[in-house]
Design a binder for this molecule. Structure first.
Ligand SMILES: *Cc1c(COP(=O)(O)O)cnc(C)c1O
Length: 381
């Protein structure tokens, strides 16, 4: 099967010789025109009409009332956590299966992640395990949720829509609402994925996206915070632009702000990519359908759209039977120029986070042993 898989991937990408990466960017629209235009305008830095236009495009696409562009997705997540009110020595619920940036951003606030298992159907935070944790290990006092054993306040919950597949986000948001915990969606991987027809990233108090080079669309480096809360939307813009108080010439600042605003050069690229987002997602969903058919005739499970969801299929994934077979598959495919990768090492195993709070994470462990991501770029057809 491994041999047929390599040939299948080569056929889909029309590449019989060249190395096939996991996810490469595609620039087949107005990218060069817009970037040249940004250079000609001399507005290459954090002020310029492409930054504003990019924010407008995200608002329109996602339906969020406010969108604030940032230098990358990690910065977007950091600022969203600050806006959600996360402070030093508090706890932020998230999942052990995620890219390191999720837990790093939590750490930047001085808080610590608290890891709840994933749902095997979505690979994202499990609302059932979350419900059990909240019921057994926390209590609510004066509108705040506290972890009973440590006495620490739980100040946010960060579900991540893994590989583009939406979490059961309505249940997570409802549950967190009952416990007075704001939800910050890490939708870095899931731009364009919908749950019950609504864009991921727009269910929580705040949501964030990434436009890194390996994401569905890219602007080199970039991120976005979205929210429907007017006060938070305005504060997000203020904090990401050094918290400068508007004035014709004076330099006054009223918070410790951040230099997190996206540059106009990157935003120019982003605007051109946004124009192609729907086409890219349709292209990626078609590839996912072909993979699904291929793996249907093998003993391996292809990870599909969870119920009620339309995934952007950022990264296609399959499950091998065990860790040994997973490693054989990785070895075979990578040696033959078809890039495949295992899931991230669980965050609970990393030295910075191994002391954090976590309970049963058997679903994440199962997935970590078996999952492999396979080539998922938009095909040029
Ligand atoms: C890509 C990614 C981010 C943020 O990425 P940047 O490279 O900082 O734009 C955050 N969380 C997850 C889960 C990601 O995959």
């Amino acid at each position: 099967m491994f041999e047929q898989f390599v040939q299948f991937v080569r056929d889909q990408f029309g590449e019989n010789e060249r190395f096939i990466p996991l996810h490469e960017p595609r620039f087949c629209g107005n990218e060069k025109q817009y970037v040249n235009d940004a250079i000609d305008s001399t507005f290459v830095s954090s002020v310029g009409r492409y930054v504003d236009r990019f924010e407008e495009m995200i608002r329109e696409y996602t339906g969020a009332s406010y969108a604030i562009a940032t230098v990358n997705g990690t910065a977007a997540l950091h600022i969203a956590l600050v806006l959600a009110g996360v402070k030093r020595d508090e706890l932020v619920i998230t999942q052990p299966l995620s890219f390191i940036a999720t837990s790093n951003a939590i750490s930047y606030t001085g808080a610590e992640p608290c890891f709840i298992d994933i749902d095997p159907a979505t690979l994202s935070l499990s609302h059932e395990k979350l419900a059990a944790f909240l019921e057994e290990q926390t209590d609510v006092r004066k509108g705040n949720c506290y972890h009973k054993a440590s006495g620490k306040r739980i100040s946010a919950c960060v579900p991540m829509h893994t590989f583009g597949h939406p979490a059961v986000i309505d249940a997570i948001v409802r549950l967190c609402g009952e416990y007075h915990i704001p939800v910050v969606e890490d939708a870095a991987e899931s731009l364009g994925s919908t749950y019950k027809g609504q864009q991921t990233g727009t269910f929580g108090l705040l949501g964030t996206y990434s436009f890194n080079g390996n994401k569905t669309i890219t602007c080199g480096g970039g991120g976005m915070v979205v929210t429907n809360d007017e006060a938070l939307g305005k504060l997000a813009k203020h904090l990401t632009t050094q918290a400068k108080v508007p004035h014709k010439w004076e330099f006054n600042h009223d918070y410790i702000g951040y230099n997190y605003r996206l540059t106009n050069l990157n935003a120019a690229l982003a605007c051109a990519q946004m124009e192609q987002l729907d086409r890219f997602i349709a292209n990626k969903r078609e590839l996912a359908g072909l993979y699904q058919e291929f793996f249907g005739a093998t003993p391996y499970k292809f990870i599909e759209d969870p119920a009620d969801s339309q995934s952007n299929y950022w990264l296609n994934a399959i499950l091998l039977n065990d860790r040994r077979e997973r490693d054989e598959f990785l070895e075979y495919t990578n040696n033959r120029g078809v890039m495949t990768r295992p899931a991230w090492t669980l965050l609970t195993k990393l030295p910075m986070f191994s002391h954090c709070l976590w309970g049963d994470i058997s679903n994440a462990e199962y997935i970590e042993d078996r999952l492999v991501n396979i080539p998922s770029s938009v095909r040029l057809i």
